[in-house]
Design a protein around this ligand. Structure first.
Ligand code: NAD
Length: 395
């Protein structure tokens, strides 16, 4: 079929297999162009099919020569519907890994469930014995509690008071004011249940009890802080409270890993265009201005550059530098004073008339389409393509 982007709200409901494969190859080429990392050897990535998790998997494989198991929740093509981008990404990743002689297997299913944890542990035992790195990179709107079956949904809302600020519709580049009402107590609790650290702890307990964590094993989960402009909707909002919980989980996991001489980290990453971040009000406008400033200062990074730097200059460096709360900061360039001053000055001016000249809204838009395999000049989108693509280890 000929595949074009189709939208429901901010979600793109189609994905292009050749475009996704191209995107994955670009990331692999980036890592191969860098110095090898004396990094992990056997890696489990939870949330491995898109965004930061996929970039972590690519870095582990092509930067450190690691064997990887990736867990994710994606949909294959069926009945005239394309697969999701994460499905096509993984098909392309596994193919490239196998061509280069690297072990890579994937598990598609609900990472919050006991069943998927069990399947993953069985696969580690069967093929790898133990893992020495566990990357936890889930971003999900809902979670079914594995014990009670209760469904929890996360919301992105301020806490305590309504929040008003500018936002952008990145399709039309219209800048408008938005007011978001504060979350209820229940919404806060549910968001913490979905995006906090409870499931990360369940994973780490299950892996340790099963004896599949190697001596000195490392685990990392990803967080975001960001500037004042986004605090009410992010850091001090429902998602920020969930990230505080994730941080507290890191402390508990760290203690638990002491028996193995292991390490547990939160890595605070840069704001980037991913399927998850595009859904947050205000954030796409901030990212468009941030990209403009960081590109001008030659500091711009995407997921793969961030993850390579995390592995090469933090996790597997002589010593892992952390902030006063024990967190790895690869948002250091985003948070630089000169960068934030420049973004804030633009933030105060930006409107629908000047957005195309003072922000990188076009860069945001193109990167958003790229996430689904669209808008790569190298791909002929008028050509027929086979939508049904299999992931070698799942087929
Ligand atoms: P993403 O949407 O690109 O990726 C999410 C991954 O989770 C996918 O692989 C998806 O398949 C998987 N997933 C979702 N629900 C699942 C489930 N029930 N079972 C199994 N897999 C499931 O997200 P991302 O932006 O890369 O975010 C990853 C982490 O990085 C999140 O913790 C996020 O808060 C954090 N982070 C993101 C940014 C940003 O700007 N995007 C910045 C800093 C930190």
């Amino acid at each position: 079929m000929v595949i074009k982007p189709k939208f429901r709200g901010f979600i793109c409901t189609t994905a292009h297999p050749a475009g996704c494969a191209h995107h994955v190859r670009q990331q692999i080429e980036y890592v191969k162009s860098q110095k090898p990392v004396q990094g992990p050897k056997n890696v489990l990535v939870i949330g491995a099919s898109t965004g930061y998790g996929l970039a972590s998997r690519i870095t582990a494989t092509f930067g450190s020569g690691a064997k990887t198991i990736g867990v994710f929740f994606e949909r294959p093509a069926a009945n005239n519907r394309t697969a999701t981008a994460g499905w096509y990404n993984t098909a392309a990743f596994e193919q490239a890994a196998s061509e280069a002689g690297y072990y890579a297997k994937s598990i598609n299913g609900d990472a919050f469930s006991n069943e998927i944890k069990r399947q993953t542990i069985d696969l580690i035992k069967q093929d790898l014995g133990q893992v020495d790195l566990v990357v936890y990179s889930l971003a999900s709107p809902r979670r079914v509690d594995p014990e009670t079956g209760e469904v929890y949904s996360s919301v992105i809302k301020p806490v305590g008071e309504p929040f008003s600020n500018k936002t952008v519709d990145f399709h039309s580049a219209a800048v408008t004011d938005v007011t978001i009402e504060p979350a209820s107590e229940q919404e806060i609790e549910h968001t913490i249940k979905v995006m906090g650290g409870e499931d990360w702890e369940l994973w780490m307990n299950a892996l340790q009890e099963a004896g599949v964590l190697a001596e000195g094993a490392v685990t990392v989960a990803y967080s975001y802080i960001g500037p004042e402009i986004t605090h009410s909707i992010y850091k001090a909002g429902t998602i920020g409270l969930a990230k505080d919980h994730l941080e507290a989980s890191a402390g508990r996991i760290r203690e638990q890993l002491q028996a193995l001489g292991g390490r547990a980290y939160i890595s605070v990453n840069k704001a980037l265009v991913t399927q998850s971040s595009s859904a947050i009000p205000v954030v796409p406008l901030y990212i468009s201005l941030l990209y403009k400033v960081m590109k001008e200062k030659n500091l711009h990074e995407g997921c793969i550059e961030q993850m390579y730097r995390l592995f090469a200059e933090r996790l597997y460096y002589e010593s892992t530098s952390v902030d006063d709360r024990g967190r790895i900061r690869i948002d250091d360039w985003e948070m630089r004073e000169d960068v934030q001053e420049a973004v804030l000055a633009l933030w105060n001016q930006v409107d629908s008339d000047n957005i195309r000249s003072i922000s990188d809204i076009e860069g945001f838009r193109v990167e958003f389409f790229n996430l689904f395999g669209f808008e790569f000049p190298e791909i002929s989108y008028e050509d027929e393509v086979e939508a049904e693509v299999s992931i070698p280890s799942i087929a």
